[in-house]
Design a protein around this ligand. Structure first.
Ligand SMILES: Cc1ncc(C[n+]2csc(CCOP(=O)(O)OP(=O)(O)O)c2C)c(N)n1
Ligand code: SF4
Ligand SMILES: [Mg+2]
Length: 288
């Protein structure tokens, strides 16, 4: 739970693998790097097993590089493609039973407040559209309705990808997938709007086509959740494997969906969240 945990005990520097030394010495722990500096520090994610061109893997990299305090963050995940990558992440993370992630995050956030009074510990849920918006919707919604102070991030690949391509509530109407051969009969769930009505003080809908924009939203969402209440980020994650396009076309696809209106990038701030962000920005401008 602290940067001290990853530090190498005196006398063991020579024995630890090069990779580990690199992470401790050059990683983003405690240094406040931003996503635009990727490539200048050791990343928090190692080689992962996700498919080539996976928009979810790319988004995860950007999120990890944007966490305000990675050393004081706990990720709560659940079954889905992202859970296969979370084992490679050098941040504390919990794998909860499918759909339970926001209930687990609630308990964890409250326990951390009791265990570490006066210290900031960020809890961030990261899960797929099936986990957040379908099978876990009950726990997701109730954490929002209770005003729990953590961020929920949905990797929205518009399918149950991990299980071979079923439609999800977040698939668009008409979508044909391996296991939805006749096309989805219902429209996409308007979860960002539901999140707002359920009490999220900040919501963002975005794609990984612009890393800086995504990074800013992630940071904002976490800082707002610390102070004010639940925040929600929904990231379109192109899935070349299930949607059957070339891995090299993922970013192009994300940009097309932004442009054609099927994935409009947008943000909502409650009045208090707006005020909070303006204060933060003012402070950053004043201190340079
Ligand atoms: C309680 C429970 N129900 C169903 C499953 C089977 N299951 C595993 S992953 C998954 C779908 C995951 O979809 P999503 O959350 O969108 O993640 P993705 O694989 O698309 O990243 C399902 C239904 C399970 N593991 N546990
Ligand atoms: S199936 Fe899709 S979402 Fe899952 S790892 Fe492959 S490209 Fe990514
Ligand atoms: Mg999915």
């Amino acid at each position: 739970m602290s940067v001290d945990i990853i530090k190498i005990s005196p006398g063991f520097e020579e024995i630890m693998p090069e990779d580990y030394r690199d992470l401790v010495n050059n990683g983003s722990y405690g240094k406040g790097f931003s996503v635009s500096e990727l490539g200048t520090f050791k990343e928090l994610i190692e080689e992962h097993p996700l498919c080539a061109g996976c928009g979810l893997a790319l988004s995860l990299r950007f999120i990890l590089a944007s966490l305000p305090d990675p050393e004081d963050t706990v990720i709560v995940g659940t079954t889905g493609c992202n859970s296969l990558a979370e084992a490679q992440v050098a941040i504390h993370n919990i794998h909860s039973i499918f759909g339970n992630q926001n209930a687990v995050a609630t308990g964890l956030k409250r326990a951390l407040e009791i265990r570490f009074p006066g210290r900031t510990k960020d809890v961030v849920v990261m899960a797929g559209d099936g986990g957040v918006g379908d099978i876990g919707l009950g726990t997701t919604m109730h954490s929002w309705l209770r005003g729990e102070k953590f961020t929920t991030i949905m990797f929205d690949n518009e399918a149950y990808a991990n299980t071979g391509g079923q439609e999800s509530g977040m698939s668009c109407e008409g979508t044909v997938l391996n296991m939805a051969p006749t096309g989805k009969k219902f429209p996409k769930i308007p979860l960002p709007e539901i999140a707002r009505d359920a009490g999220c003080v900040y919501t963002a809908v975005v794609t990984p086509s612009n890393p800086k924009r995504l990074g800013k939203m992630v940071r904002q969402a976490i800082l707002i959740a610390r102070e004010l209440g639940p925040s929600y980020i929904q990231i379109y994650c192109p899935c070349p494997t299930n949607y059957k396009f070339k891995p090299s076309e993922s970013i192009k696809r994300a940009k097309e969906k932004e442009k054609d209106g099927s994935y409009p990038v947008r943000e909502y701030f409650s009045p208090k969240a707006k005020e909070f962000v303006e204060r933060l920005e003012k402070r950053v401008n004043e201190t340079g």
